[in-house]
Write a protein of this length. Sequence first.
Length: 396
Amino acid sequence: MKLCLPILLFSVSVYADSYSPLSYVDRPCGTDLSNLWLDVIAVVDNSRGMTVAGLNEVAANIASVFGSGTRIGLNASEPRTTRLGLVTYNSVATQKADLNQYQSIGDVFHGIFDALSNIVDTNESYLATGLELAERMLIDQSVNSTRAHYQKVVIVYASEYDGNGELDPLPIAERLKLSGVKIITVAYGNAYGLTKSFSNIASPGFAFSNSDNQGKLIGQIQGSLLQANCFCPSDWIQYRTSYSDPAAYRYGVCILPVTTPQVWRAAKMSCSHRWNNSNLATEFNQPKHDFILSAVRNTQGFSPPYQYHIGLNYASGSWVWTQPSGRQQVPLRQPLMWLSDYPQLASDKSVVMNQQNGHETGWINIASMNVVANSVCETYSCDTDNYCDAQYFKNQ
């Protein structure tokens, strides 16, 4: 079964984003747990290997993860809510709560502890059954609904890694991840061996163990949920500390290499109409410059020697980074990534592009209407500070 999640177009509303680019740092992902907007299914092993004490610990963990002010259920006036479903599994999987059953954190506390009060008298523990049921629930209860654009997360609590052939959980996990679902795993029991095994099931950086103290584990899961809730529109690339490492820390910034050659002023206008809060890209530091160059190198339609417009321009006597309409432009600071002999006299060369010169790619200033080149846009990610409302979508 393939989980078909939608390609989406959004209108973006910023509720309480305190970020200011004048700080000259790139926007972080939102960190307000009360504003999580996700669809989450907890998949819990209830075989003998988990033990009654282990199940009680899982229930307490789930209640604590979502008990920090997260809005549970549906709210017509506040879209930033999280739905939580529950699946248990052993030799077979059982739906304990669909995604609409819990409508408050009180419902979660009572429902989770009741559902996880007893183990099943079997040593069989096949995660594949739990993942398959979670997949069906996401299809039946999320896709083609008013929450189709919400990010999907599966949290696995397991004491065993069993199964091969049709009961091998890895192919199902890969299918879920390819469809956009994030998977968090928590290993119980042989912590090192299980955590290593489950690292293939989990999304990059989302494999944990109950050998950590519970406060740390709760924080790790909450951090993963915030990262899962920080995402970019289709075709945009999320800026992270390492382009090559999918588990690297991600910022609340999305990058879009544009393969339409145009002059700088046209590129600026084009970027501003691609998304709310979108504009030509900023390069506040060397890592951001390097990340954008990596994205360009890996985008079909760009070829060496690379040339692409960015948002640096000369205005009112100083170099500034252009910003979306109505926002103050950001003065240029160190570091400076000018190529040798640049910048040249700014009176007639008032805008900037990146240009490859041998093995080096850096800034040159040009006349705004003279050079036709590709460009790079950026915008805010969708996250807890920036809710994205789906206007329309279609299945992949």
